[in-house]
Design a protein around this ligand. Structure first.
Ligand code: HEC
Length: 154
């Protein structure tokens, strides 16, 4: 009987002791997933920009619908970006280049994504017209750089 009580108490203490680390670990796992998700979203945008750049430099021939899809993909990702970035990820242990002002200046940060989306839609609208696409690429690039210069560490 005494043994059972002791075992029970030990079990309870053990369980209580494991709650803290488990919780911290869950936060870390969650925050890491959030960081990976937003990086994947950005990588998708980067990949589409790279392919559009390849076309504009005359290094790859791409049909108009593909060009339009690439631009629309950027617009789609831009629309999804605010919710992907919204969660603060203080417990993340994976590498992130997002700086804290993403969340302290959230209105400015998140307010830049509609501009990115508009620039991407403007690109989609001129898909196939190389000179108009060149100008649209300039606007898109400014949007990326403006935000990265302000909200990313090197
Ligand atoms: C409103 C702000 C904002 C805009 C606009 C923006 N980005 Fe980003 N981008 C970020 C932030 C913040 C990160 C860092 C994410 C992290 O490491 O958690 C990032 C990261 C990236 C990464 C690296 C992802 C990785 O795997 O580490 C690439 C590539 C990228 N952006 C491409 C682009 C391109 C291309 C554009 C423009 C077409 C663009 N971004 C527009 C904020 C922005």
């Amino acid at each position: 009987m005494k043994h059972l009580v002791t075992a029970g108490l030990l079990g309870a203490m053990f369980a209580a002791g494991t709650i803290m680390p488990m919780t911290a670990n869950a936060d870390e796992t969650m925050d890491n997933a959030t960081v990976e998700n937003r990086k994947m979203l950005m990588d998708g945008i980067g990949g589409a920009m790279g392919t559009l750049g390849c076309y504009l430099k005359g290094k790859c021939e791409l049909p108009e619908p593909v060009l339009r899809n690439l631009a629309n993909g950027i617009a789609f990702a831009a629309a999804a970006a605010p919710s992907a970035f919204e969660a603060k990820t203080m417990d993340a242990s994976v590498k992130t280049t997002a700086t804290d002002n993403v969340w302290t200046d959230w209105a400015d940060f998140s307010g830049r994504f509609p501009a990115l989306k508009d620039a991407a839609l403007a690109m989609a609208a001129v898909a196939g017209d190389k000179s108009a696409m060149g100008a649209a690429m300039g606007d898109l690039g400014k949007s990326c750089k403006g935000c990265h210069d302000t909200y990313r560490s090197k």
